[in-house]
Design a protein around this ligand. Structure first.
Ligand code: ASP
Length: 323
């Protein structure tokens, strides 16, 4: 018997309709799926249930409490379904994917987040292929984690980022390979081999706790940055963690005494500072250059090759482990 899936609809382009102000979220995903899919495709997707959030959002409006709401929904329904598909807007999909990965942990039932660049109700929509492929991965024995599926690629939740605003292959892992591809067949490349899965998939003790809004800040360094911009992140007392987007291998203007002093002050009030490269690919190697070496003395943490989405959500959810 086919395994039952839960499709959780949070909003996003996939279910949007045109309006005079542009695309906006719209209710009724179950009817939409049923009206857009032919009989054969519906049979491929079944059995599934749809659960639709009361307040559907454009994912640009997503907040940390929305990540928590999705995680709670999965947690409450965890034992009833073989796998989960989260329908979500693409703009902040990689943040929600990473947050779910941090909240739900490793070795879960398949939890696949997806959406589309063109609404399901429009011609040439990529919604149905993303949905059907996501369903195949959500039923696969080889998947035991939170993943983002889009445009043919299955990406690990903590490695995905939105790389294009208009192409249908809108997501990638800048520093990693896709876990699998949906070509003529599903081609798995980097997933845990089936036989070695411990299948502790019945766990329900997820890390679900309210997240403190405004506790994480991102500071983009650029030539000519003002003291006011630096102060707004590093010297703001409520900020518990700052992700500093530095140059190249983790370098910064060490001759900017306001910046260096603000970093010291932030560290002495206990703020966590994570140094991340603003390059698209590659990693931080803090101290390779003299300009970046002070950061080691200040106890600034290197983000290595992690994505911004992964680090920001990790800091919201696991800040205590960084202190
Ligand atoms: N603005 C939309 C959203 O993130 C974009 C999309 O879904 O593709 O909800």
């Amino acid at each position: 018997m086919q395994q039952q899936l839960l499709i959780i609809y949070t909003g996003g382009t996939i279910g949007m309709v045109p309006s005079t102000e542009g695309y906006r979220p719209s209710a009724g995903i179950n009817q939409l799926i049923n009206s857009c899919l032919g009989e054969k495709q519906i049979a491929q997707l079944q059995p599934f249930h749809c659960l639709e959030f009361e307040h559907l959002i454009d994912s640009s409006n997503a907040q940390p409490e929305d990540w928590l709401q999705v995680a709670q929904c999965i947690s409450q329904n965890y034992q009833k379904y073989a796998g989960f598909i989260i329908l979500h807007g693409t703009d902040t999909m990689a943040y929600t994917a990473a947050a779910l990965g941090h909240m739900l942990g490793e070795n879960t039932k398949p939890i696949i987040i997806t959406g589309s660049q063109i609404p399901m109700c429009q011609p040439r929509s990529d919604a149905l292929s993303n949905l059907i492929d996501a369903a195949s991965f959500a039923r696969s024995d080889q998947v035991s984690q939170v993943c983002l599926y889009f445009g043919g690629k299955l990406l690990a939740a903590n490695s995905a980022t939105k790389v294009h605003s208009s192409q249908l292959c809108a997501f990638d892992s800048p520093n990693g390979q896709p876990l699998a591809r949906a070509d003529i067949a599903l081609e798995f490349s980097a997933l845990v081999p089936n036989s070695t899965l411990t299948k502790n998939k019945e766990q329900i003790d997820f890390l679900l706790k309210p997240l403190l809004k405004n506790s994480v800040a991102v500071l983009l360094l650029y030539p000519g940055i003002s003291d006011a911009i630096i102060a707004a992140t590093l010297l703001e007392q409520n900020t518990k963690a700052v992700v500093m987007l530095s140059f190249g291998a983790g370098n910064l203007a060490d001759k900017n005494s306001f910046l260096m002093d603000a970093l010291k002050k932030a560290r002495s009030r206990g703020a966590v500072i994570v140094n991340m490269t603003q390059c698209y690919g590659g990693a931080v190697s803090q101290g390779t250059y003299a300009v970046g070496s002070t950061l080691n003395q200040l106890g600034v943490i290197s983000a290595g090759s992690r994505t911004l989405e992964d680090v920001v959500t990790d800091l919201y959810i696991n800040l205590d482990t960084y202190l």
